[in-house]
Ligand binder design. Structure first.
Ligand code: CAA
Length: 269
């Protein structure tokens, strides 16, 4: 998702530093940006020169120190609190005291992330949806200490990126995943219990509810490990058994069948 976020920011005219821990990941990210922009060139919605200029605005690096001059950092690392908290501590060290530290987390508490820094007022959730260049929403999450100034600047930036910002308070799963994930989990339970085939479950939701993808295909698209992590956050956060992850989802994640990114999930890719 980091690549998608870099792409929309560069397309909106911002200079972007794309930082990852290894060159391979950066190359993969730039490759996906190249492919995504090429769709628009092919459809004559973007010229080759504009595409080149957008890509030239993105500088890649493995050095976190290269983020020192940024006015906002959007973190999009693995959905694990210990990893995110280490990243936030490093970001606090390398960025200027005025820089906003935003997280693209899909379910980790913004209040907890803010509390690992000495500037929780500048920590906010900026939750983009996949595929980032296509989806209009940015869910903006205010932590307990997020200031109004940080919120207004983040909301303004989201608009400049061509997105529609919608606000919610910090609560497990925010709004998007509190509503989406139990639906996906229920679809997995239905498959697990043999109520219907994967094609039937997805077809019913696509044709009957006008969803662009069925819940099982969407789970594969999001990543089954991410789905499981979000269900666990909901279960722990609310302490309500209605959020228990389906055993079939756990089994697939244990098997390494993580969806589209691993070549197999509820479907084969
Ligand atoms: N980059 C740029 N453009 C892309 C793209 C990409 N990666 N993927 C698709 N597109 C564009 C296509 O160019 C096409 O554009 P036009 O119609 O303007 O020509 C348009 O999107 C539709 O694409 P396709 O025709 O190839 O395919 P589709 O109609 O099946 O749409 C989809 C693909 C947009 C992914 C659609 O299936 C969809 O909206 N799916 C649901 C996505 C969703 O729910 N996302 C949220 C997931 S939850 C999340 O991200 C957050 C979380 O915390 C888990």
């Amino acid at each position: 998702m980091g690549a998608g976020i870099a792409q929309v920011a560069a397309r909106a005219g911002y200079d972007v530093v794309l930082r990852d821990i290894a060159q391979d990941f950066l190359a993969r990210g730039m490759n996906s940006i190249d492919k995504s922009l090429q769709r628009d060139v092919d459809k004559e919605r973007l010229s080759k020169d504009e595409k080149r200029a957008i890509m030239a605005r993105i500088r890649t690096t493995t050095d976190i120190g290269a983020l020192s001059d940024t006015f906002i950092v959007v973190e999009a690392v693995t959905e694990e609190f210990p990893i995110k908290s280490e990243v936030f501590k490093s970001l606090e060290e390398v960025t200027s005291a005025n820089a906003i530290l935003a997280s693209n987390t899909s379910s980790i508490s913004i209040t907890r992330l803010g509390a690992v820094t000495r500037r929780p007022d500048k920590v906010i959730g900026m939750h983009f949806m996949n595929p980032v260049p296509v989806m209009k929403l940015v869910e903006i999450i205010r932590g307990a200490a997020t200031s109004d100034d940080t919120y207004e600047k983040t909301r303004g930036l989201s608009g400049k990126l061509g997105k529609i910002p919608l606000e919610c308070q910090d609560s497990p799963g925010f709004i998007s995943n509190r509503v989406l994930m139990p639906m996906i989990n229920e679809a997995i339970f239905a498959l697990h219990e043999g109520v219907a085939t994967r094609e039937s479950i997805d077809g019913i939701m696509k044709l009957g509810m006008n969803h662009p993808m069925g819940p099982l295909a969407l789970a594969d698209f999001i990543g089954l490990d991410v789905c499981l992590a979000i269900m666990n956050v909901l279960h722990d956060g609310f302490g309500d058994s209605k959020y228990r992850a389906c055993p079939l989802l756990k089994r697939y994640v244990d098997a390494g069948w993580l969806g589209k990114k691993s070549g197999r999930g509820f479907y084969e890719y």
